[in-house]
Design a protein around this ligand. Structure first.
Ligand SMILES: Nc1ncnc2c1ncn2[C@@H]1O[C@H](COP(=O)(O)OP(=O)(O)OP(=O)(O)O)[C@@H](O)[C@H]1O
Ligand SMILES: [Mg+2]
Length: 304
């Protein structure tokens, strides 16, 4: 039986996310205070998509990532609505390593769930995470996009786990966003099939230290953000980003590639480090001082 749909529009807000954070490859992620706002409504027929901000150039049809996630959500919830109107106010830049695809997927799933009466009972938070992971291909961005804060995500066979941790309040993320994109697929294609045991061992230690540094001991963030598994291999796809990470690290700042790049993330700890990171942004790169978003994707009450 087809599900019953809500008559009015629903509004969800989803944060940008930065994955990996250096050595936490495919596992660690941080939700950032930069959001996409999406409103969807069930209508009698057709598909109408309105986009303002980032992604205005994308095709407004069934290939739109938010629509694909909405469709996947409705499928699990019992069936498709007769027609759909979607309106996106996008602030997360695309193809920059700030989790725009995860935000689009999480937004679509949360919208579908909110548009179906009783959707929350049918589709649990864990089920949304698993669907989002399947659509995105990896869990490191969708976990913080759903849960907010700092997250550790992992796969266990077909199941996905995610744990939300409280990030130390002294941590002040600064993102340096270049004017060009890099594709996640291309950046992944540069990774070798195997790495030296010494590199794997070093990364395991740093990833463990990173969780401690981000939650209670930010004085160790510099050592904790050293990566040997992915960043250097990706240099051909983003030489300017790796050069900037190296320059920032040479100045003592905990800098990493954000997600699959090319954005650079600095986990600053005080005003001086924030100012140093902002001043390091080359020519047309845009620096943003962000806070950590405590909430993941959520429904916004009407009138907000
Ligand atoms: N809000 C959105 N609406 C529709 N499509 C989107 C949206 N956000 C992302 N996409 C799709 O996802 C693509 C970007 O995904 P990609 O994974 O390469 O980059 P990212 O998610 O911004 O960065 P990263 O995954 O490294 O954090 C866009 O080119 C577009 O096709
Ligand atoms: Mg992505």
């Amino acid at each position: 039986m087809k599900p019953a749909f809500r008559a009015g529009p629903v509004h969800v807000r989803v944060p940008a996310t930065s994955a990996n954070l250096g050595p936490g490859f495919d596992a660690l992620g941080l939700a950032l205070d930069l959001h996409d706002d999406l409103v969807a409504r069930v209508v009698d027929s057709g598909l109408a998509i309105d986009v303002a901000g980032e992604g205005e150039e994308l095709a407004r049809d069934e290939s739109h990532l938010v629509v694909r996630a909405l469709r996947a959500g409705f499928e699990v919830l019992g069936g498709q609505p007769p027609g759909l109107e979607l309106s996106c106010a996008n602030r997360i830049p695309h193809g920059r390593g700030l989790g725009s695809s995860a935000a689009a997927i999480v937004a679509g799933l949360l919208l579908a769930r909110a548009l179906v009466l009783g959707g929350e009972e049918t589709l649990s938070g864990a089920a949304v995470l698993e669907l989002a992971d399947r659509l995105e291909g990896h869990p490191d961005n969708v976990a913080p996009a759903l849960l907010g804060g700092l997250t550790v995500a992992w796969r266990d066979g077909a199941a996905v786990g995610a744990l939300r941790l409280q990030c130390d309040e002294r941590v002040r993320p600064v993102v340096l966003v270049p004017p060009f994109q890099a594709s996640t697929e291309a950046a992944r294609g540069l990774l070798p099939p195997a790495v030296a045991h010494a590199d794997a061992a070093a990364n395991s230690g740093r990833a463990a230290l990173l969780v401690a540094a981000l939650t209670t001991a930010p004085q160790h963030l510099f050592a904790a953000t050293e990566d040997r598994l992915h960043q250097a291999y990706r240099e051909p796809a983003m030489p300017a980003s790796i050069e900037l990470v190296n320059a920032l690290r040479a100045a003592g700042l905990p800098a990493v590639v954000s997600g699959a790049g090319p954005t650079v993330l600095v986990l600053a700890r005080d005003d001086r480090e924030v100012a140093q990171a902002v001043a390091a942004a080359p020519g047309r790169w845009r620096p943003s001082v962000l806070s950590i978003a405590p909430r993941g994707g959520h429904q916004v009450a009407a009138g907000h």
